[in-house]
Design a protein around this ligand. Sequence first.
Ligand code: PAF
Length: 306
Amino acid sequence: MRIAVVGAGAMGSLFGALLAETGTEVCLYDVWIDHINAINQSGLRIEHQNQTRTVSIHATADPNQIGRADLAIIFVKSTQTAPATRTAAQLLGTDGLILTLQNGMGNADIMAQFIDPARIVAGTTAHGATVLGPGRIRHAGSGPTVIGLWAPGEGAQTLIQPIAARFTQAGIETEVVADVRPVVWNKLLVNVGINAITALTGIKNGQLLDLAATREVSRAAVEEARSVAQARGVQTRGDAVAHVFQIAEATALNRSSMGQDVDARRPTEIDAINGFIVREARQLGLPVPVNQTLTALIETLQFHYE
Ligand code: PAF
């Protein structure tokens, strides 16, 4: 199986490296030229549990150098899903698969504009990683990865089981599910409850739990999003708010990805997270004032970046 990772930030580099370490042919693609050069010159350095190892892996900033792939894993920010999918579409043969493990909702639907929906695999991962500099990442945490075909049909399990097996062999413990939508929704609820609040206030994930007032904003945002999911016929977990707080606790010392984006004055994924809830709610005629406010404030913040 030849794998192309489109978007070699922290998570893309991590998945690519773990797969390459177990002998899978992987190519990392990213437009961050310093990172690509560092990886090609000295390998990718991964810090994990106070140890550093170096993984040799092919990386390129030129999509023409990647060659044919059986699987393209999209790890760009959700704002870049469309161009990344266009690149992936050129690499995949007629039976190649595309996988999104990105944050937010809407990525698979964007992919479906360029790729046969029967070849789109979506999912979530609880692995965490941070970029430390060109050619250097930290593997911050491990956890399950869950995948499923976005438009499941006959033989769906057989099609993606080899991906799960390959990932699991590489230390990315992966489960295949028949219906991946609730899984992606449950992850969305976590991002809805943590990302914008931490990005706006400058706090780390764990500090979301320190004040009753902050917990209340998070709870309200998550409950609103759950009502949207329900109206769309998706059953999300009943303990969604408690689950969000558990994740905030488990990642207490991390700054959320949206927090890191705001700190670095990068466009955020607000459109695919709280903004997605606002758009869905508008169509459904549901009130989501907290998500609306969080979205408006993040949009304001990023509009005024200097
Ligand atoms: O986007 C993020 O930062 C992560 O998905 C999570 C789980 C909120 C942890 O920081």
